[in-house]
Every structure is written in structure tokens, then in C-alpha cells.
Design a binder for this molecule. Structure first.
Ligand code: NAI
Length: 398
């Protein structure tokens, strides 16, 4: 079939298999261009199909020759119905990995559930024995707690008062004012239940109890801080509370891993266009100004550049892992540079529908957004018929 983008707000209902494959190949080629890293050898990535998780899987496999197991929640392709981007990304990744003799298998299902944790443990035991890196990179709007059976929904709201600021509809380029009402206690607790560190800890507890963590095993989860501008809706809002919880959990998990001589880290990453971040109000305007500024300074990075830096300059240097005063790895260091942030703050004041095309990188934002779903990827013929039914070579059946 010929597949075209079907956009609904900040999601796209269709994805292009060849565009997704090309995206994955570009990330593989970037990783290879950086040379090999003496990194992990047997890796579990939870949230492995898009964004930072996919980049972590690619960096492990093609930077460090690692065997990888990916866990994700994606829509399979069916005749006449394209699969989700993460489905096609995984199909491409596993095809390329296996063709280079790298072990690559995956599990598609709800990572928050006990069943998927058990299925993953069984697969590790059967094929890899033990793993030495667990990347936790889930981004989800809801979670059913397997112990209580309660389904929690996350919200993206400020805490304590209404937040009013500018935002942009990145499809039309219209800059407008948005007011977001504050969250109540229940909404805060629900967001922490979804995006906090509970499930990360459940994973590590289950893996450790099953004795599938190798001596010296490392686990890393991803967080975000961002500037003053977005603080009310991000770091001081509901999602920020969840990130506080995740970051605090890293210490508990680290203590638990002492038994296997392991370590738990949180890495604070840069703001990037992903399916998760385009859903957060105000952030797209910030990102379009940030992209413009960082590109002009020659320090712009995407997920793959970020994760390569995480592996090569932070986690696997054969030395101490550098962390900030709160124990966090910082690969948002370039985003948070004083010169970058002061430029973005000035541009923010100037941003209107009329000025944004010149002062912001709205085009870059839009292209990245389309790229997430395999569209507007250079080298792909979108007029051509493409087979939408693509299998994931290493997919495990439940
Ligand atoms: P993403 O939306 O690209 O990826 C989310 C992944 O989670 C996908 O692989 C998806 O299949 C998987 N997933 C979602 N629900 C699942 C479920 N129930 N079971 C199994 N898999 C499930 O998200 P992104 O942006 O890569 O985020 C990953 C982490 O990085 C999050 O913790 C996010 O807060 C963090 N982060 C994101 C930043 C950004 O600007 N995008 C910046 C800094 C941190």
C-alpha cells in the first residue's frame, strides 16, 4: 500500500516501514562511526522501540556488540493496517542486528505487568543466562499496578496554581497563550504511580530474585530537568514529581544491587522531539527555540548522539561515572549551558506566530515529528507501494 501520514494532534496514526527502517539504519551508522566502546554485553531495554530506549538498544548492539532483549508495547502490522512506528523500528533493528550475528529478541506487551516480567526473565534464563545492563526507558500515559489491579492515568499539570504561558501548535505555527489548571493530590499521586520509580524497582526486584543480574550489573533510567521557563509544567509539575520519585528510587535500587556489586543510575537527558514529549504543552515551543540555538552553536544532538555520549563518556569509561550533587548523570549539560539558556530565554520573550519561523526551528521540530513515524526521511520514496506487513524477526510469542 501507499502509506501517508494521518496526523491527529500530537500523534500520527500511520507509520512508514521503510522510513522507520532508514531511521534505524542512520542510527546504526552513526553509532558505528563512533567506533567500538568497551560497554555492556548482555542488555535488557525496557521501552526499546522508540526514542531514548531504541537509541540505547542500538548503541549497545552496534557500539558494544551486545546481545539485546527489547520490551515494548507496539501495534503489529496487519494487511491494510500499518503497524506503529516502534513495531517497524524493532523489525528493522532486529533484522540488521541478526544479519551481523548479534542476538536480538523482543517481547511485545505491557511491561508494567507481572506476566511480561516473567516472560522476560524466562527468555533471559533460556538464552543469555544473566544480563549486565538494564535500561529503563518507558514513557506511558497509564499503568495498571499488578499488585493492586488499579489503573493510574498520568496528567501533565502544574502544582499549586494555574500556569499561563506561551505554547505553539507545531503543525500550524500558531503561538498562543495556554492556561493549565493545577493538579489535585490524586492526579499527582496517579502521575507518580505511572512515571515514578515503582515499576523500575519491581523490574529490578524480579530480575534479582530470579538471579539473572550478572555481577556488576548496571541499571539506568531516564529523567529530565529543563529550564525555569518550563518548570511549572515540567519539573515542578506532576511529571516532575514522578521524576523526583524515580530519582529517589535510584538510591534504593542502588542499595539493593550492592549484593551483586551492581549500580543504579538516573541519566538526565536533553529535551527532544519524541512521542512522549510532543504531548506536553509549552515544551514544543521551548524545543523549537532550543533546537535553533543548539544547531547554531553546533551542539545539537538527537537521541542517538545523546545515548552514545552516555555510554562512551559517562557509563563505560573504565573510570568513575561522573554525577552531579544529586547523584545523577548529566547529558543535558549542553542544553543547560548558560549561553544556550540565556539565548532561549531572550527568544522566548520575542516568540510570536509572526517571529517564530525566523527565530525558532519550527521546521526542525516538524521534521523530527514526522521522522518519528518514518515520514519525510531522506532517501525514501513515499509515492511507491510498500509492504505494510513486516514481521519482527526476534519477536517472542507469549
Ligand atoms: P518514547 O515515547 O519514544 O518511548 C517510550 C517507550 O516505552 C516505547 O518503546 C514504548 O513502546 C514503551 N512503552 C510505553 N508503554 C509501555 C508499556 N505499558 N509496556 C511496554 N512498553 C511500553 O519516549 P522517550 O521520550 O524516549 O522517553 C523515554 C524516557 O526518557 C522517559 O522516562 C522520558 O521521561 C525520558 N526523557 C525524555 C525526554 C524527551 O525530551 N523526550 C528528555 C529526558 C528524558
Amino acid at each position: 500500500m501507499i502509506i501517508t501520514p494521518k496526523i491527529r494532534g500530537f500523534i500520527c496514526l500511520t507509520s512508514h516501514p521503510q522510513g522507520c527502517e532508514q531511521n534505524v539504519l542512520n542510527q546504526i551508522n552513526y553509532t558505528k562511526s563512533q567506533g567500538t566502546v568497551d560497554g555492556p554485553k548482555k542488555v535488557l531495554v525496557i521501552g526499546a522501540s522508540t526514542g531514548f530506549g531504541l537509541a540505547s538498544r542500538i548503541t549497545s548492539a552496534f557500539g558494544s556488540n551486545a546481545s539485546t532483549i527489547g520490551v515494548y508495547f507496539e501495534k503489529p502490522a496487519a494487511p491494510g493496517k500499518p503497524g506503529s512506528a516502534g513495531w517497524y523500528n524493532t523489525a528493522a533493528f532486529e533484522k540488521f542486528a541478526q544479519s551481523e550475528g548479534l542476538y536480538a529478541k523482543s517481547i511485545n506487551g505491557d511491561a508494567f505487568s507481572n506476566e511480561i516480567k516473567q516472560q522476560t526473565i524466562d527468555l533471559i534464563k533460556a538464552d543469555l543466562g544473566q544480563i549486565d545492563l538494564v535500561v529503563y526507558s518507558l514513557a506511558s500515559p497509564r499503568r495498571t499496578n499488578p499488585v493492586t489491579g488499579i489503573t493510574h492515568q498520568s496528567t501533565l499539570k502544574p502544582i499549586g496554581g494555574t500556569f499561563t504561558n506561551k505554547t505553539v501548535d507545531f503543525h500550524t505555527g500558531t503561538v498562543s497563550e495556554i492556561s493549565i489548571d493545577p493538579a489535585n493530590e490524586e492526579e499527582i499521586a496517579n502521575t507518580v504511580a505511572v512515571m515514578g520509580g515503582d515499576d523500575w524497582e519491581m523490574w529490578i526486584d524480579a530480575l534479582k530474585a530470579a538471579d539473572v543480574l550478572a555481577p556488576g550489573a548496571t541499571t539506568v533510567a531516564y529523567s529530565y530537568i529543563g529550564p525555569k521557563l518550563t518548570e511549572p509544567v515540567y519539573r515542578n509539575g506532576t511529571i516532575g514529581r514522578a521524576k523526583d520519585h524515580l530519582e529517589a528510587k535510584a538510591f534504593d535500587i542502588d542499595a539493593k544491587l550492592k549484593e551483586v556489586d551492581g549500580r543504579a543510575y538516573v541519566s538526565v537527558n536533553k529535551a527532544l522531539v519524541t512521542q512522549a514529549s510532543s504531548a506536553i504543552p509549552v515544551i514544543p515551543l521551548y524545543i523549537s527555540l532550543l533546537y535553533k540555538t543548539m544547531k547554531e552553536k553546533g551542539i545539537h544532538e538527537g537521541c542517538i548522539e545523546q545515548i552514545n555520549r552516555l555510554f562512551r563518556d559517562r557509563l563505560y569509561t573504565n573510570g568513575e561515572v561522573p554525577v552531579d550533587e544529586k547523584g545523577r548523570i548529566r547529558i543535558d549539560d549542553w542544553e543547560m549551558r548558560e549561553d544556550v539558556q540565556s539565548t532561549v530565554a531572550t527568544l522566548w520573550e520575542e516568540a510570536t506566530t509572526e517571529t517564530l519561523p525566523a527565530i525558532g526551528d519550527l521546521e526542525g521540530y516538524k521534521t523530527d515529528f514526522y521522522n518519528l513515524f518514518g515520514f519525510e526521511v531522506p532517501g525514501v520514496d513515499y509515492e511507491a507501494e510498500v509492504n505494510e506487513v513486516v514481521e519482527v524477526p526476534g519477536l517472542q510469542q507469549a
